[in-house]
Design a protein around this ligand. Structure first.
Ligand code: HEM
Length: 160
């Protein structure tokens, strides 16, 4: 009984992590980047982007950690590792794939070179750099929503 409540706690933390993180990605994709694209001064555009996205990146790092640790706990608790061997659990693969992408970008690529690289691109050709940034965010948001759809349905007994 007590163990079950740890599973419930992990599930709560998992969903809170996902809400903060993917909700933030949705805001950046559908509100922030489209608004930034409308700022005529490309220097101001980049400065504002770095300020706002930088603050969100910190939140996203914490949320990614919480989501990953709680997800790992649930997977272990449910002893559900073999799901990775079955295609019907595509949503488990997709969740994990999205987590890996964001973790590598936030913790490795961004501090190592992505931040500097984007600054260079946006200084050279701002329109192109922000159009590219927007496209990547749309792809990641779409995949994340698909993972949420599959995970909620799959966790509550829907057989794909
Ligand atoms: C390492 C990464 C992750 C692992 C190991 C993981 C693992 C899990 C596990 C084991 C469950 C419970 C499944 C069940 O009850 O049958 C779950 C549920 C869920 N996960 Fe993940 N997950 C990860 C990342 C993500 C990400 C990135 C998202 C969002 C894009 C996500 C969204 C969800 C949702 C919405 C649920 C359903 C909660 C519910 O309705 O009960 N997870 N995850």
């Amino acid at each position: 009984m007590e163990n079950i409540s740890y599973l419930v706690l992990a599930r709560i933390l998992h969903v809170i992590g996902v809400v903060i993180w993917i909700g933030g990605v949705a805001f950046v994709t559908t509100v922030l980047i489209p608004s930034l694209k409308k700022i005529a001064d490309t220097h101001d555009r980049l400065e504002l982007f770095e300020q706002l996205e930088g603050k969100f990146a910190f939140q996203a790092k914490i949320a990614t950690l919480i989501t990953g640790v709680s997800g790992y706990y649930m997977l272990d608790f449910l002893n559900a590792w073999d799901r990775y061997l079955h295609l019907q659990f595509w949503w488990m693969h997709l969740m994990t794939f999205i987590w890996v992408i964001f973790t590598v970008v936030l913790f490795v690529l961004e501090p190592l070179f992505l931040h500097r690289w984007f600054r260079e691109q946006a200084t050279k050709d701002s329109e192109n750099a922000f159009a590219w940034l927007h496209r990547i965010h749309i792809v990641l948001l779409t995949l994340s929503m698909l993972a949420v759809l599959g995970a909620v349905a799959g966790s509550h007994g829907f057989n794909f």
